[in-house]
Design a protein around this ligand. Structure first.
Ligand SMILES: Cc1ncc(COP(=O)(O)O)c(C=O)c1O
Length: 379
């Protein structure tokens, strides 16, 4: 019988100092957006080399607001990747635009930039790629395409807070960039997200977009000119964010070491599982370690594999289901076979445990359980 504690596939690390800090905010009498939000945004801005940053209640809210800042609306098309989370599809549709999916690369799992220009039409307004942890989108090539066609870029950086591109943090360069602080991400505010902006004028517009659309008249009465959202991050969450951002380097160091351990262990049994290897192991933030099960050569289905790990006390995830084959995606005319690489990943991918509370022994346990599950089916 398995007696080891259940190993979650993702999760946060919250220390006692952070918990005490939250208690102080709760006792302070100011619990919604206030001084801690300002401190958090200042720290995020410093992290992004001084660019304006606005925190929100989720990355999903940040993507919706980013699309609005980019002027995306009815009649527009947004090019994105179907190997991503529902947020990108949902928010494009929610602002009234049409999602246009481009296939991704099997190894990096990022949007295949060589296919993007063929998908651009006169209605294209923005590019919305998701960075895959361990292998960032090529930002130089992405922005070159955007500049050639006059498009806005929204980088979905939910999974890569702390990854670096050419030695600079993701978010420190580019156009609009969104982060997630969900508990499964590299750092958390419980729920939360942030949007990095290109100018102070756009940041000011976000103040209204995230808070009812409210602006102030000279006599300090309020006005609304459009129906804004209600996405302001409370101080309780911002207090956690300030502490987590300070701890991020240590979280990332642990994640990198654990990812390294996975690669080491899988290297001894390459036939067992096929992890998507990064182009460059350095400067990556390793939010997830997702492998492709070489199903063709195995008698085990993904469902059986995940059930076997679950029975060994190990949690797994699926990142991600193919967005174009969701009920909503199919409404835009997509069908099986349209994006073969995305579809293969969606069929074969399994996300193994990787978070900053884990040890090398945990990785070894996952690798042993994976090998045992596959060997049992082979024999
Ligand atoms: C790639 C990606 N983008 C966006 C999001 C949305 O993040 P949030 O839960 O903060 O809205 C997620 C959440 O899992 C994600 O995985």
């Amino acid at each position: 019988m398995n007696t080891a504690p259940y190993l979650k596939f993702a999760g946060p690390v919250l220390d006692e100092a952070t918990i005490d800090g939250v208690a102080d905010v709760l006792r302070s009498g100011w619990i919604t957006s206030g001084p801690w939000l300002q401190k958090f945004e200042a720290a995020l801005s410093a992290f992004c080399d001084g660019r304006p940053v606005k925190a929100m209640t989720s990355a999903t809210a940040a993507v919706e607001v980013a699309l609005q800042v980019a002027g995306v609306g009815p009649g527009d098309e947004v090019i994105t990747c179907a190997q991503s989370f529902f947020t990108v599809l949902n928010m494009i549709v929610k602002v009234g635009a049409t999602p246009v999916f481009v296939d991704c690369d099997l190894v990096t799992r990022n949007i295949d930039l060589s296919q993007v220009e063929a998908a651009i039409t006169p209605r294209t307004k923005a590019l919305l790629p998701t960075h895959w942890p361990g292998s960032l989108v090529d930002l130089a090539a992405l922005h070159a395409i955007a500049a050639r066609h006059g498009l806005r870029v929204i980088e979905d950086a939910a999974l890569v807070m702390g990854s670096q591109w050419n030695g600079r943090n993701i978010g420190a360069t580019g156009d609009l960039v969104t982060f997630s602080f969900h508990p499964n991400k590299n750092m958390t505010t419980i729920e939360g997200g942030a949007l990095v902006l290109g100018s102070l004028a756009e940041a000011e517009r976000v103040d209204a977009l995230r808070f009812h659309g409210i602006t102030y008249r000279p006599d300090r009465t309020r006005d609304v000119a459009f129906p804004g959202g209600k996405f302001n991050l409370p101080d309780v969450n911002a207090r956690i964010g300030v502490a987590q951002l300070a701890l991020l380097p240590s979280f990332l160091a642990t994640r990198r070491a654990l990812a390294g351990r996975y690669f080491e262990r899988f290297a001894t049994d390459p036939a067992c599982l096929l992890p998507p290897r990064p182009r460059d192991g350095d400067g990556q933030s390793w939010n997830m370690f997702s492998v492709l099960l070489p199903l063709a050569g195995m008698a085990i289905s993904r469902q059986e594999f995940r059930a076997a790990l679950d029975a060994s006390g190990i949690g797994t995830g699926v990142s991600y289901e193919a967005l174009h084959l969701s009920t909503l995606g199919r409404r835009y005319g997509y069908k099986e076979g349209d994006l073969p690489v995305t579809e293969r990943i969606a069929r074969e991918t399994v996300t193994l445990p990787l978070h900053a509370a884990m040890t090398n022994d945990d990785v070894d346990r996952v690798c042993a359980a994976s090998a045992a599950a596959i060997a049992r089916k082979r024999s």
